[in-house]
Write a protein that binds this ligand. Structure first.
Ligand SMILES: Cc1cc2nc3c(=O)[nH]c(=O)nc-3n(C[C@H](O)[C@H](O)[C@H](O)COP(=O)(O)O)c2cc1C
Length: 319
């Protein structure tokens, strides 16, 4: 039995639901000597900003049990370089390209959206809301409904391309932010970005990262990501793209059942740079063995889940 791996959402067809996650796969072809990009459902670029950014000082990565912390600080060479030097190399790469944009102001989000709107090779924009907001009362776009909504609305007004709003898990209610970006015109939601964390070298009495705190990713965050994808998928009508701790095909299938329409692989690319290709092959194999004819039939197929009142869940869980 051949398994149909294709998924389609926001008006775009993808050959399979396995995407690279922003910032873990270069901008595009850096990983092509490990895995052919044609193997992936989509290549998601690292966040590009209006102007070049040097990122944070090292050390800006630290290994933790079942995960890693990073505080790269959105290092990139800016939109002009991205358009002139990166996007042309991606033409004909054999898969969909999703450009991820980040900004510290509404104006810059609008500018980036407009710059990419005319780029034929870009199938969708992923808007990284986990960026500091220089205006707007200093609350980041990711943690405040009004700021998140304003950023997505600004992007919506400047592009006809599908928009994925990438959400932060570092909020009280991810469902509220999800509903806000849906109302602002997002075509889909990517969940989740990294969880705030910290690591200490106690002998030096020093934090492991130059920024003291950083973003936790990898298998350690998968249960949190799974819960948030499930929660977001129930809160909105637009599709959800999952990210968080994926390292094998079973993880992908779990996220699909929780409600994701596609699944990104991030930190695992550092552990096994060929792993994302194996995940695609294994997905086909495990679905065939389970007699699942199409990936689409798995999406949101969790059987009779107990009703969860997420706003009360913390109090209800016994511990
Ligand atoms: C080193 C590193 C760099 C990242 N850079 C970005 C980035 O530039 N933009 C972004 O939206 N997410 C970035 N992320 C977050 C990932 O795209 C992903 O949402 C997160 O790591 C959870 O997935 P994972 O556990 O599979 O890594 C980065 C993650 C890591 C580990």
């Amino acid at each position: 039995m051949a398994v149909d791996l294709s998924v389609s959402f926001a008006g775009v067809q993808f050959a399979n639901p396995v995407f690279s996650a922003s910032g873990t796969y270069g901008h595009g072809l850096e990983m092509s000597h490990f895995v052919s990009p044609a193997k992936l459902g989509a290549l998601v670029g690292k966040t590009v900003t209006r102007r070049p950014r040097p990122g944070n000082a090292p050390p800006r990565m630290a290994e933790t049990p079942s995960g890693m912390l990073n505080s790269i600080g959105l290092e990139n060479r800016g939109i002009e370089h991205y358009r002139k030097e990166v996007l042309p190399t991606l033409r004909g790469c054999g898969t969909r390209v999703i450009s991820n944009i980040g900004a510290e102001s509404i104006d810059d989000f609008a500018f980036l959206a407009e710059q990419l709107d005319s780029e034929d090779g870009v199938s969708a924009l992923e808007v990284n809301l986990s960026c500091p907001n220089v205006g707007g009362g200093k609350l980041p776009f990711s943690t405040d409904c009004r700021n998140a909504e304003a950023a997505i609305r600004a992007v919506r007004e400047r592009t006809r391309k599908p928009i994925l709003a990438k959400l932060s898990p570092n909020v009280t209610s991810i469902a509220e932010i999800a509903r806000a970006v849906e109302a602002a015109g997002a075509d889909g939601i990517t969940a989740i970005n990294t969880l705030l964390g910290m690591a200490i070298d106690w002998r030096r009495r020093a934090p492991m990262l130059s920024t003291t705190v950083g973003g936790l990713s990898g298998p350690a965050i998968k249960p949190v990501a799974l819960r948030m994808v499930f929660e977001v998928a129930r809160a909105v009508r637009i599709p959800v793209v999952a990210a968080g701790g994926v390292r094998c095909a079973d993880d992908v299938a779990e996220f699909l059942v929780a409600g994701a329409s596609a699944v990104q692989v991030g930190t695992w690319n550092f552990v096994d740079p060929t792993g994302i290709g194996t995940i695609v092959d294994d997905l086909e194999r495990i679905l065939e063995a389970a007699r699942v004819a199409s990936v689409r039939s798995l999406i949101g197929s969790l059987r009779s889940p107990a009703p969860v009142r997420f706003e009360q869940a913390d109090a209800l869980v016994e511990r």
